[in-house]
Design a protein around this ligand. Structure first.
Ligand code: SF4
Length: 310
């Protein structure tokens, strides 16, 4: 089956990257809240990947368009400053290791001045690799991995079909750090529902403390029609927390997580309120903002529902 180029879904901090697809979909395509679920993983031919890198090189060096490349390649290249590359898609680290190394070596050969390559990765992808293999990828400038943790609560992880446990996620984080890569993680407010809210917060604060990532972002659960979680909600088997309760969860994370040196934020468009700061230095400032908001409980201070994004 031919490879279908995925749409661009990327972390906000990768807005200025070149988006180079190695895969489509996600290998763990079962998470009940995610619209990637039940889409098959696609693996792109290495020759195609190298063909796109050749096209990038020809365009950057001489403005030449190579036949056979989709227009999107040139749309991205026209905006690209040549510094960063983001490997698509949902977990590009699943790309077969020798081919991944080969693709990165080829990219570095053609673009020796690239500063950093990035990718989404599941904990399972990371656990499959040895630290030595991850270090070899780091040497080829794969400098940051973005991991969706979602929750530290094994009960929630089981219910959403994340197919990985708290301790395995922590182990994966340790490997990333041993390899000298940066680790950026996301967790999802509200994923425990009303019943599981307290435990979701305490276990998520615990996992963030144990992982001690360089970047941590909180998202807020948005139910996507067609997903299994949406059906559970329709049937009354899952109850959404309120917007202000999601901010109480956020406060709980800020209060109970111990970071060494982390940029923590809730800047994602799914959130009702954005905070950002260096942890631990800015903890009191962030708590002050959240306490002020929670004491007023003025809905006008929240991002309106129609402006929330996935
Ligand atoms: S691992 Fe991530 S991308 Fe894949 S289905 Fe789960 S949430 Fe979606």
């Amino acid at each position: 089956m031919s490879f279908i180029r995925p749409d661009i879904i990327r972390p906000p901090s990768e807005h200025d990257s070149y988006f180079l697809p190695l895969t489509s979909g996600c290998s763990n395509n079962s998470c009940t809240f995610c619209n990637y679920s039940f889409t098959n993983l696609g693996i792109r031919d290495l020759a195609d990947v190298k063909g796109e890198i050749d096209a990038m090189s020809a365009y950057v060096k001489s403005g030449m368009w190579m036949p056979g490349q989709p227009r999107i390649v040139y749309a991205i290249l026209q905006e690209w400053d040549g510094r960063k590359v983001f490997l698509q898609d949902g977990d590009a680290l699943v790309y077969p290791y020798p081919k991944l190394l080969d693709a990165l070596q080829y990219l570095n050969q053609k673009f020796p001045d690239i500063q950093r390559v990035a990718s989404y990765a599941t904990p399972q992808d990371i656990l499959r690799r040895s630290v030595a293999e991850l270090k070899a990828l780091k040497e080829q400038k794969l400098g940051i991995l973005y991991m969706g943790v979602e929750s530290g609560d094994d009960e929630v992880l089981g219910r959403i079909q994340k197919n990985v446990h708290h301790d395995q996620i922590v182990e994966a984080a340790q490997k990333v750090k041993q390899a000298g890569m940066l680790l950026s993680v996301t967790v999802i407010l509200g994923l425990g529902g009303v019943k599981g809210s307290q435990r979701h917060v305490s276990e998520t604060a615990r996992i963030l403390t144990e992982m001690d990532p360089d970047y941590a972002g909180a998202l807020t659960l948005t139910l996507v029609p067609g997903t299994q979680l949406y059906k559970e909600w329709e049937l009354g088997d899952f109850e959404l927390i309120t917007p202000f309760d999601s901010l109480k969860e956020l406060k709980g994370l800020v209060e109970n997580t111990t970071f060494t040196n982390c940029f923590f934020s809730s800047m994602h468009a799914s959130n009702y309120f954005a905070i950002r700061g260096k942890m631990p230095e800015d903890r009191d400032k962030l708590l002050g903002q959240l306490n002020a908001l929670l004491s007023r409980k003025d809905p006008r201070l929240l991002r309106p529902e129609f402006m929330r994004g996935l």
